[in-house]
Structure formats: structure tokens, C-alpha cells
Design a protein around this ligand. Structure first.
Ligand SMILES: [Zn+2]
Length: 210
């Protein structure tokens, strides 16, 4: 397959069934020069009009270690639960830790945050943009899976714009709701106030917003 922007060919390298707490998904590994990524599919999204899709970026601390500095673990769980509730959908898991800056730099940014910087200021101090993520692999995975028009589960307008600009038709957006906790409230507020994330529920004005 030829891809936009001269990206290297990306194809399914391996696949299996993956039983999870949310049901049995089909797991496919995709790889390109940027690394290995995963698509978890449930049901038949390729024949479903506007299937629910979550494009989720890796967060080792939040998802594996249970860190409360962010809401990634809760968002991942909520996304899998929402797809399971519909019986059809795709979770694309991109291996771009720390909004694309990698684990070492993410932990450096955390250390700067411990000194009082917020997540955006910390990234800038380290010489990065607030968000370095590349959604190109997700676009190519959707192409490979034969899915062109989706309902995207996200609070992040930049992600909506990036996927849409790359040719993915976004029929609608579904909010993803994770409960703010004492440790990550300021992080969530920064995402809302400084990165434009759509999450009025952080201040409790829209409990369980849809
Ligand atoms: Zn995280």
C-alpha cells in the first residue's frame, strides 16, 4: 500500500484473539519505521457504518503502573468498555510514550512538574512542543482495516483535526470521561485550559458528560 507523506509501508505483522475483561478482541500488530503499534478490534467495524474508534497513545506509568499523575489508564479502560458496550469498534494503541517525547523525557518533564511547572511549561523547558504526537500510523491502520468513516472517542480537538486533515471522516465525537482525582486534577485542568481539551466535567459542571 502506498501512504500519504511518503510514509513507509505499514502492514499487519501478526495477529491473534485477545480475551480481556471487556471481551475477546482481535489484536493486530502493525509496524513501520516508527515502531510497532496495535489495533484491537471487536465485532465487524469494517462493515459497520461509523464504528466507534479510540486512538490512544502509550503511557507506561498511567496504564501499567497505575500512576495518578494522569488519566491515561482510566481513559484506556473507559474506551475498551465503551467499545464492548457497542459490541463493535477499534482501539488503536500507538507506541508514542509521553505525547511522543519518550519515557526518559517524560520522566524529566514530571521532575520539572514536581518543581512547579505545568505539563506544557515542562515540555517547552525540555525543548519540545506541548504535544509531539504523530497520528499518521493510526490513519494508515484504519486504511488497512478498511474503515474510513468513524465516531472518534476523544476530548482532544487537535487529534480530531489531525485525523480529519489526513483523510479520516469523523462522523461525530464521543467524549471520554475519567474521574478526576486529587493527584491528576491539576494535570487535567492544564489539558483543559492550556491545550484546549473538551472536558468541562473536570470542574464538576457536567458530571458524566457524553
Ligand atoms: Zn498518562
Amino acid at each position: 500500500m502506498s501512504s500519504a507523506k511518503g510514509a513507509p509501508e505499514q502492514s499487519v505483522r501478526s495477529e491473534c484473539d485477545l480475551p480481556t475483561a471487556h471481551g475477546t478482541f482481535r489484536l493486530r500488530v502493525f509496524a513501520d519505521a516508527g515502531g510497532e503499534h496495535v489495533a484491537l478490534s471487536l465485532g465487524s467495524p469494517e462493515t459497520t457504518p461509523e464504528p466507534l474508534v479510540r486512538v490512544h497513545s502509550e503511557c507506561l506509568t498511567g496504564e501499567v503502573l497505575g500512576s495518578l499523575r494522569c488519566d491515561c489508564g482510566a481513559q484506556l479502560e473507559a474506551a475498551m468498555a465503551a467499545i464492548a458496550a457497542e459490541g463493535t469498534g477499534i482501539l488503536i494503541y500507538l507506541r508514542q510514550e509521553g505525547r511522543g517525547i519518550g519515557l526518559t523525557e517524560k520522566i524529566r518533564a514530571y521532575a520539572l512538574q514536581d518543581q512547579g511547572l505545568d505539563t506544557v511549561e515542562a515540555n517547552h523547558r525540555l525543548g519540545f512542543d506541548a504535544d509531539q504526537r504523530d497520528y499518521g500510523p493510526a490513519v494508515r491502520i484504519l486504511e488497512q482495516l478498511g474503515v474510513h468513516r468513524i465516531r472518534l472517542m476523544t476530548n482532544n480537538p487537535a487529534k480530531l483535526r489531525a485525523l480529519s486533515a489526513a483523510g479520516v471522516e469523523i462522523a461525530s465525537r464521543k467524549a471520554i470521561v475519567a474521574d478526576p482525582q486529587a493527584h491528576n486534577r491539576s494535570y487535567l485542568e492544564t489539558k483543559r485550559d492550556r491545550m484546549g481539551h473538551l472536558m468541562d466535567w473536570v470542574d464538576g459542571t457536567e458530571e458524566g458528560g457524553a
